[in-house]
Design a protein around this ligand. Structure first.
Ligand code: FE2
Ligand code: FE2
Length: 276
């Protein structure tokens, strides 16, 4: 699998550095990651079997399920917020922006005809339902594991698009870009586009879309940004909206909110009991 430059979350904040994992935690992280890699490899094998040379249909399936984990994270965090266990606006904002970005990848694949066959729609939508409940369960048990699983999925998406643009680059340069891609990547309101890219400052990435090659190149680069964000999320409390990151922001006087948080359902229950 092709790799790409990724910010190492384990070298992130001073807080995360001070939390050196113990033997049990190291064992738990390794087990979670082994399960995630096995799960991802199984899904890739299914996709390879069905979509060996039907690229747009494969991308349609991938993008239908790509939005699901972000919706699942938001669902669980929303529930915690209702119980008063949690409040971290940055996580909700960033996960929604990630979901919005994946939605536009999906719309692009639909405009390219990837959803033409009923079988592909049926398969994608059923995987999406299963994936939603699985992610909700996994995220409630271990947000770190759920974020790592999403990192594996995003890494696979990056690698798939990277191979595609390298193999079909010349052909793609002669094809027009879908209208939805031009509107998304070159629109006037780029707030949500900047919001999901937590490893870079706002206004530092502005794609130019002239043909289908540019579209796929930017989708690939989006997947790399998702991967970096999912990696950062695995260190608890590490995620910051690019618009509220003190390294990037100019004035946060209107956006500062009281922050409480917890790390999965067990931690939430523990904190809600001990804080009363
Ligand atoms: Fe995507
Ligand atoms: Fe993705």
């Amino acid at each position: 699998m092709k790799s790409f430059p990724v910010h190492d979350a384990s070298q992130g904040t001073a807080d995360s550095l001070s939390d050196t994992p113990g033997v049990f935690e190291t064992w738990a992280i390794k087990s979670e990651q082994l399960v995630n890699v096995a799960l991802t490899d199984s899904v890739i094998k299914i996709l390879d079997a069905f979509y060996h040379d039907r690229h747009y249909a494969r991308f349609y399936v991938l993008e239908t399920i790509a939005r699901v984990p972000y919706f699942a994270f938001i669902s669980v965090l929303h529930l915690y917020e209702s119980f008063g266990w949690w409040r971290r606006a940055d996580y909700l904002k960033v996960h929604f922006a990630e979901s919005w970005n994946e939605l536009h990848h999906l719309l692009i694949m639909e405009e390219l005809g990837g959803n033409a066959l009923w079988f592909d729609r049926l398969l994608a939508q059923h995987i999406a339902i299963f994936y939603y409940f699985m992610t909700v369960f996994m995220y409630a048990l271990s947000p770190r594991m759920a974020y790592h699983f999403s990192e594996c999925v995003e890494k696979h998406a990056y690698s798939t698009y990277d191979k595609f643009v390298k193999l079909h680059g010349d052909e793609l340069k002669n094809l027009p870009a879908p209208e939805v891609a031009i509107k998304y990547y070159m629109g006037e309101d780029m707030y949500l586009f900047d919001e999901f890219q937590t490893a870079r400052a706002p206004n530092t990435r502005r794609p130019q879309i002239e043909n289908l090659y540019d579209v796929f190149l930017n989708i690939r680069d989006d997947e790399a940004e998702h991967c970096k964000t999912m990696k950062a999320c695995q260190s608890h409390g590490n995620l910051q909206s690019p618009h509220s990151n003190p390294d990037y922001r100019e004035d946060d006087s209107c956006t500062a909110l009281p922050q409480t948080d917890c790390e999965g359902i067990v931690d939430c229950l523990k904190k809600s009991v001990t804080s009363q």
